[in-house]
Design a protein around this ligand. Structure first.
Ligand code: ZN
Length: 368
């Protein structure tokens, strides 16, 4: 069983360190100091130098004592902001802040659970196969750490990424592909009072397109959003330029393509109808993945969970995580809920019992 007091200490230590993306140095050092006494071989790659951060991705390796399925655990060392001046409140089983900062349980709960699970494994002396731990940087700003991670050392491994919301220990079976859509509309400026008829409003063209667009939740596996609109120079000038950032996500590639076509055509057609021009750029942020319940990695995880007396909870994913990138790179990785909730808001919280359950699960996965 996980040591509740030790979990609490590790978690409090970690959230007291400010580690926004690109500033993960102190968390990396904390993890290294925690793992060295357990017999891990620890290395750090040069991703920090490549992306302008203070730390690289940390990999820790524990040689197997028996021949068994090699596995790795992952969690990210950065958090969103703000965390400066964090004031932690423990209310029974719940850890939260006073509401002026986020908690940073995304993903310091994941790190805590992995460290505790490894301490449990080593203390128990139970047999295990090769184990790797991957603590990556700059996940929150676009999965940059894991994009730069050399996964050649993970061939044949099953990965478990401890990083998503409640219920603690739930398996996220799939995640969407996500495409960023950058739109620029070029109209024509004119004095809004003296000769508005000479102008072409890029803003009106954008508005007409958006008004006709299918947005929000389109079906069970597809969503779309226009997130930002900016443009225009002054009250008395017909706006000649508008730029928008939009997105579409789906777990179904055909539906994603159809939605992207729909959005592109509306921006193009509505702009053209007014004599304006739309320039559209699509950027694929990450690719979808999906596991069946009878996939080897899922059966492996379910068997480990049953060893500690629990049944798997399966859920669908709506966002991107390191698991998307590992799977895209050909390394099977299942996203496991670290048990926090309301991530990226001042209402973020995590339960101590959830972290204990996840640590038990990590230890169970690691035992051969
Ligand atoms: Zn996260």
């Amino acid at each position: 069983m996980a040591d509740k007091e030790r979990i609490l200490k590790t978690f409090k230590d970690l959230i007291s360190i400010n580690s926004p993306s690109l500033s993960e140095r102190k968390v990396a050092d904390y993890i290294k100091a925690a793992l060295a006494p357990l017999g891990f071989e620890i290395s750090e790659d040069d991703t920090g130098a490549k992306i302008g951060g203070s730390a690289g991705n940390v990999t820790a390796f524990l040689k197997g004592t028996v021949d068994a399925q090699p596995i790795f655990f992952g969690s990210h060392m950065d958090t969103v902001e703000p965390t400066e001046g964090i004031n932690v409140i423990i209310d029974g089983d719940i850890i939260k802040t006073d509401g002026t900062t986020i908690l940073g349980a995304d993903d310091k709960a994941g790190i805590t659970e992995i460290l505790e699970g490894m301490r449990m494994l080593v203390e128990s002396g139970k047999p295990h196969g090769d184990i790797k731990l991957v603590f990556d940087v700059s996940e929150e700003t676009g999965l940059f750490g894991v994009r730069h991670y050399d996964t050649s050392g993970l061939r044949g491994y099953f990965g478990f990424i401890m990083d998503s919301e409640i219920p603690a220990g739930a398996f996220t079976m799939n995640a969407p592909s996500d495409v960023t859509i950058n739109v620029e509309i070029f109209g024509k400026a004119a004095h809004a009072g003296m000769c508005p008829e000479k102008g072409i409003s890029a803003l009106v063209a954008a508005s007409k397109a958006i008004a006709k667009m299918k947005l929000g939740r389109l079906d069970e596996e597809t969503t779309a959003n226009v997130g930002t609109v900016s443009g225009g120079k002054a009250r008395n000038i017909v706006p000649d330029y508008v730029t928008m950032r939009a997105e579409a996500r789906s777990r179904n590639e055909a539906k994603l393509e159809a939605q992207l076509d729909h959005m592109k055509s509306l921006f193009r057609d509505e702009a053209a109808a007014m004599g304006a021009e739309a320039k559209i750029e699509l950027i694929s942020d990450y690719k979808t993945f999906a596991f069946d319940k009878d996939a080897d990695i899922v059966k492996f995880a379910a068997a480990a969970l049953r060893k500690i007396g629990k049944e798997p909870v399966f859920q669908n994913g709506g966002g991107g995580s390191d698991a998307n990138i590992f799977n895209e790179k050909g390394v099977p990785a299942l996203l496991i809920a670290a048990g926090y909730n309301n991530a990226h808001t001042p209402e973020e919280y995590v339960s101590i019992s959830g972290m204990c359950d996840c640590a038990d699960f990590v230890a169970a996965l690691a035992e051969a």
